[in-house]
Design a protein around this ligand. Structure first.
Ligand SMILES: [Zn+2]
Ligand SMILES: [Zn+2]
Length: 620
């Protein structure tokens, strides 16, 4: 906008009037405000104040101020030392002037100097003046020397957690190094996080400052392994940082947290009974920190020895199958972050089971007179008192115990009532009887073995006949006596027999002068009388028959004599009587060989030949 003066206002009005007369033109309002300035100066500032109506300037004024130079150091020739003009553009725009920095007039003391224009200022106070529309602003400024700029040149050394930066800037500038002893330190501090779970900062920190060193990276290592971030787990670590060739380290430990222990205790199972299958011995506990571990053994005093085959600790709940008392050892392995909890034992018992195959024995029998020990029981069973008598005939109940095959896992069952049926006992009677001579007194039979004292009946029959009668025989012959024993309450009946002979009585007084003896032996080879061998000149042999000579007979004394015939294998014996001094009186004939199927045939003959032949008889 041009500055409009009163001189030109009339011309402008005339122009407006001319334009208004142009029929083709529309009427246009004159928007511009024409400033009407008056100028004043105060200190370093010149003020242009507009007194026209409708001024759009703030407070109707615009100012221009002389400011300090940009380059304030007299010894810095790198840029101009001219003073600045503050508000220049706005001032020129409002006033329509073309003021610039070159309009400033400088003075140094008196007289005037052109040092600033020549960029050759001194360390002194310069005065600047600017004159606009006859008013003059003034500003003074003292140039100073440019301060010495010190740039640190560090070498770094480390000692443990401390890095020391030592400034080695050259001696010319060294006096300006502001560091104490030309050194600065940075100390690496271990994290505040010292116990697992303490919630404190896991990052290492620095104290101290080395100028120009910021955001130094902190590394973390465990052993030789570099970690990705600051560790939070328990362990021993090294935090480190590197600056130049110097590495600071601080070793620190994050301790394990004290284990809260069992938040739920392991519990022994109760009421366990042998089932043949593995059964869990406890209900698992809950570890507050780390892992619950279990093992089991049977020694109440010592944990299982793994080297000796014992169960190792595992997180599995121990099981057992066989009946018995077990000791479950429970402990907490705190792992990497918690302390551990020592093992505690829990006693757990699996009781023996009652046998499921228990079947009371039946159909047992015994014989009167037995003891229970003679009554055989099934496998596993035994009488409570085997020495006990079974008692009288009939059913009786006795106590028996059952011992299972697996006594380790099953209970013995005692005092079970078992019925035994007692039956009558057999008897084995024997009867004996001595034969007699026909016409003599009958011998009574003798019975042995009538244990039950049953009633006894004796009956008789000829041998080979079953026609027994109670009548005692009298005639010579071979008989059988039978004893019949009746049954009693506790004994069965029985019979016994014995054979016997009623011998024939031979009476003959006829004198004889020779004796013929016949037998059913083989050919006779030897003859004895009264135990002495008879010379063969005193007898003749005819097969199994012998004839003793009259001469021999006459040599015998009166009385009973015994003759025995031998056939080389066996013999037969007979006795006879000699009465008078020449006669042989056969009073009886018996054999001395009971049990042998031996027949002796005895005869007496006269000198005229066979006079008498005895009956053949069988030895008893
Ligand atoms: Zn104005
Ligand atoms: Zn320095």
């Amino acid at each position: 906008m041009k500055h409009i003066t009163r001189k030109t206002l009339g011309a402008l009005l005339a122009l407006v009037m001319v334009l208004a007369l142009l029929p083709a033109m529309t009427t246009t309002a004159w928007a511009d405000h024409a400033h009407h300035f008056t100028y004043s100066a105060s200190g370093a500032t010149i003020t242009a104040t507009c007194d026209a109506d409708g001024c759009n300037l703030t407070d109707n004024k615009v100012t221009l101020t002389i400011g300090d130079p940009t380059n304030i150091y007299y010894d810095d020739k790198s840029s101009s030392h001219e003073f600045t003009l503050v508000g220049l553009e706005a001032f020129n725009s409002a006033t329509g002037k073309t003021i610039s920095a070159s309009d400033i007039v400088y003075y140094k003391g008196d007289p005037q100097s052109q040092d600033i224009k020549n960029n050759n200022v001194k360390g002194a106070t310069y005065k600047a003046r600017l004159t606009v529309e006859g008013v003059r602003a003034e500003h003074s400024f003292k140039f100073t020397a440019k301060p010495i700029v010190h740039t640190h040149s560090f070498t770094y050394t480390a000692n443990g957690a401390v890095i020391t930066a030592t400034c080695t800037q050259n001696a010319a500038n060294m006096e300006a190094c502001d560091l104490t002893n030309k050194q600065a330190t940075l100390t690496l501090n271990a994290p505040l996080h010292t116990t697992y779970g303490d919630g404190k900062d896991a990052n290492a920190t620095f104290t101290g400052e080395i100028p120009g060193v910021t955001n130094l990276t902190i590394h973390y290592s465990k052993g030789s392994v570099t970690l990705n971030s600051a560790p939070v787990d328990a362990g021993t670590y090294t935090a480190w940082c590197q600056l130049g060739n110097a590495t600071a380290r601080v070793e620190y430990t994050i301790a394990k947290a004290t284990n809260p222990g069992w938040t739920t205790l392991p519990q022994a199972k109760t009421g366990l009974v042998y089932s043949g299958q593995p059964q869990a011995l406890i209900t698992a506990g809950v570890a507050g920190g780390g892992n619950a571990l279990y093992t089991v053994g049977t020694d109440p005093d010592n944990e299982p020895n793994v080297d000796a085959g014992g169960r190792p600790y595992t997180s599995s709940v121990p099981e057992a199958t066989n009946a018995g008392t077990y000791y479950v050892w429970c402990k907490i392995d705190g792992g990497k972050n918690y302390t551990s909890i020592a093992a505690q034992k829990i006693a757990v018992t699996i009781a023996k089971a009652t046998p499921t195959d228990l079947a009371t024995p039946t159909d047992l029998t015994a014989t009167y007179g037995d003891t229970l020990s003679s009554v055989t029981l099934p496998q596993g069973w035994a009488w409570a008192d085997g020495s006990q008598s079974v008692g009288n005939v009939g059913p009786h109940t006795f106590k028996a115990n059952y011992t299972p095959a697996d006594t380790g896992n099953y209970n013995t069952v005692e005092n079970v009532d078992v019925t035994v049926t007692v039956e009558k006992a057999n008897i084995t009677p024997t009867v004996t009887i001595t034969g007699w001579t026909e016409g003599g007194k009958a011998n009574a039979p003798t019975l042995e073995g009538n244990t039950g004292n049953g009633d006894v009946t004796f009956t008789y029959a000829k041998q080979g006949s079953q026609d027994f009668t109670e009548e005692v025989p009298t005639k010579a012959g071979k008989y059988t006596v039978k004893a019949t024993v009746a049954a009693t309450d506790n004994y069965n009946g029985a019979t016994a027999t014995a054979d016997f002979t009623i011998s024939r009585q031979i009476v003959d007084t006829t004198p004889v002068s020779s004796l013929t003896v016949t037998s059913d032996l083989g050919t006779i080879t030897r003859v004895t009388v009264d135990g002495k061998t008879v010379d063969s000149k005193y007898y003749t042999v005819s097969g199994s028959n012998v004839v003793l000579s009259d001469e021999f007979i006459r040599s015998l004394a009166n009385g009973t004599h015994t003759i025995r015939l031998y056939d080389g294998k066996t013999y037969a014996t007979a006795t006879w009587n000699v009465t008078g001094n020449t006669a042989a009186d056969i009073k009886s004939a018996t054999t001395a060989d009971p049990g042998l199927a031996l027949y002796g045939l005895l005869a007496v003959s006269s000198t005229l030949g066979l006079g008498y032949m005895g009956k053949k008889r069988k030895a008893a």
